[in-house]
Design a binder for this molecule. Sequence first.
Ligand SMILES: C[S@@+](CC[C@H](N)C(=O)[O-])C[C@H]1O[C@@H](n2cnc3c(N)ncnc32)[C@H](O)[C@@H]1O
Length: 431
Amino acid sequence: MDPHRIADRARPAIGRARSLLGRARRRARGSVPRPAHRAGRLPSLGQDHTAGHRSYVASLPPEGVRWLHTKPFSAPPTYEMARCMHSFAHIVERLDLGPGAQVLDVGCGPGWISEFLARCGYHVTGIDVSEEMVAIARRRSAAIPVGETGMATAPVTEFHAMPVSDLPWTGRFDAAILYDALHHFHDERATLEAIRRSLAPGGRIYVHEGVRPAPGSDGERELIEEMRRYGTLESPFDPEYLLEVVRDAGFEDVQQLIERDELVDLARPSEAVEALRRAMGSPTTNTLVAVNPIPADAGAEGLSGRIELVDGPRRGTGGAVELTVRVVNTGTAFWPVAGRYPYPLGSVNLAPWVPGPDGGRAELPRVPLPRFVPAGGSAEVEMRIDAPAAGDGALAIDLVREGVGWFGDLGGEALRVPSAPGPADDPGAGV
Ligand SMILES: C[S@@+](CC[C@H](N)C(=O)[O-])C[C@H]1O[C@@H](n2cnc3c(N)ncnc32)[C@H](O)[C@@H]1O
């Protein structure tokens, strides 16, 4: 848990980081043998952890509760603020979601991540086993001024007090975030499976939390003491074990990452390189991204769609064609989102093309959809296409299911626009 981490708890955390650093240094000098593989996670003390997490807020002193309302901001010294802000930036950057993407904040606690995501314009669902945490999260999100989100709309959030094992959704979210949360969940495989079920095909999970401290270390003693004191489950993972359970839960493309966020002194480049080497050899956080696979049988059945022009086209900077389209799923098949290149088989992307010299399609770079589109759903997409100038109707914009086929070949019709439209204020710029 973390409210106390701002002040009295930040000091042991720093001590722990120093001791890890010392251990890594001694290991680098060869004086500490690398421990044999320790499978698993720190064992529970066998308490009723759900009760512990539910009563946690009530057991905090007033300054701890205040922190929940202001996290990640606090009066100096602001130990936790930089860690939170760096991590939040990584989450947003790495997930690279489109506007209005649906995000699940698992173990949302006081909802600071939910609040920040909603401010960006994502649609956020937060769940937490603690009623009090959820009440704080609701209050924080309700305080976001209408019109002051990245989408210039009211924030779209919902919060539910429930244990993660009760997640009721299937195929709903583009991403699920577990920030300092997974180590509190007792049945890791079942939990991760429930989270994966709640994701759309191609949806991603982002996990960030501390790694399991070495047996007998100060870090381990602190966690055991915390379990005794609050009845909460403080059971972080060995990185190898986390990788194993995430794969067992059915995720693929699992990436284990390290965070390095510091200013580098250009006069001392070798120190920065050495610090990076140490961090890679002995990560202190489990930071991981993984994908809910797109089913292998995602075929052409039920694929049909329409592309409508919403705005443009116009000539943008560098001569690119800029336009906004709305894609409408008029079939019965689900359209999974691609995320990023290389686009997974079965995902659906916008696919611009111009006629090639042989009369066939000369494909231009794909434009991924901002979010998955269920049957009957739609999504708006801003496009910027570098197309060779070739006159009216020369630029075709189609949809493609990767590895399966072009909607234009399946009875659909590509949108045709000029490949060299006029600039923004040219009334002749439309199709
Ligand atoms: C350390 S807090 C982190 C909260 C939040 N992600 C943040 O960064 O502030 C972990 C949260 O997980 C919640 N939690 C613990 N066990 C849970 C469970 N089984 N299901 C849902 N939430 C749980 C706790 O109530 C707590 O709010």
